[in-house]
Ligand binder design. Structure first.
Ligand code: B16
Ligand code: MG
Length: 222
């Protein structure tokens, strides 16, 4: 097979917590009187919590905020977000995603998570996948967020597989950039299909079965 491992982004790829991030940030933005919409939310994909806050504050015209104020705001958003996460169940994992993961595993593919989120393990627990992946690399073990490749490089290192034999699956343009910067191929899905750097563009998650098994890229939907 062309790849030995697949490293999956979490929010927006394995499950749709991207919608929940939007709702939580929207709650905070409304409170601050800051305009926020789905288009701005797309810029937050793959970006760390504090960097996301800075993007939201681009439209803030209130009193100057100290670093402590900003950390409190980020905590406040995270509390709203975690309340939503607690209501997630295995119903938040689509059968297509679960079946595709199972089939990739049956083919002998190593499977990992490469997420900027510090809530990754909570999300995986809620959807019943906490013990499913060979490696979980997430926001708790990185210094630099995507587009820095750190989270993916750490996943490949822990898998003990060379980056050139890993495929990353991403829904964020910043995530595609991170994968490429780490020397990995990248399959874009959802919002990331606009990226010029993606090696593959997926319409459906199940297309990964074709990408993973081929020795060339001719089937790729570009
Ligand atoms: P948290 P991913 C990212 O997860 C999200 O796309 C991004 O919107 C979020 O700000 C970031 O995680 C940090 O999340 O606040 O839960 O630590 O797409 O890299 O799986
Ligand atoms: Mg994502």
């Amino acid at each position: 097979m062309r790849y030995k491992a697949i490293i999956f982004d979490l929010d927006g790829v394995i499950c749709h917590t991207d919608r929940y991030h939007y709702l939580a940030w929207k709650g905070l933005a409304d409170k601050l009187g800051v305009y926020f919409d789905e288009e701005i939310n797309n810029r937050l994909r793959g970006v760390s919590r504090m960097d996301s806050l800075e993007i939201i504050l681009e439209r803030y015209h209130g009193e100057e905020l100290s670093q402590t104020n900003k950390e409190e705001l980020a905590d406040e958003k995270n509390e709203i977000y975690k309340q939503i996460l607690k209501r997630m169940t295995s119903d938040d994992l689509s059968p297509v995603v679960k079946n595709t993961l199972d089939m990739l595993r049956e083919k002998g593919m190593k499977l990992a998570i490469g997420s900027s989120s510090k809530n990754a393990r909570l999300i995986l627990k809620q959807i019943g996948l906490l013990n499913y992946f060979d490696v979980i690399s997430d926001g708790t073990n990185i210094t630099y967020s995507k587009p820095n490749p750190e989270v993916f490089i750490k996943a490949a290192y822990e898998l003990d597989i060379s980056p050139s034999e890993c495929l990353v699956v991403e829904d964020a343009v910043t995530g595609v950039e991170a994968a490429k910067a780490g020397g990995m191929d990248c399959a874009a899905i959802g919002n990331a299909v606009t990226s010029q750097s993606a090696d593959y563009k997926l319409i459906d998650f199940s297309e990964l079965l074709n990408v993973a098994s081929l020795d060339n890229r001719n089937i790729a939907i570009r």
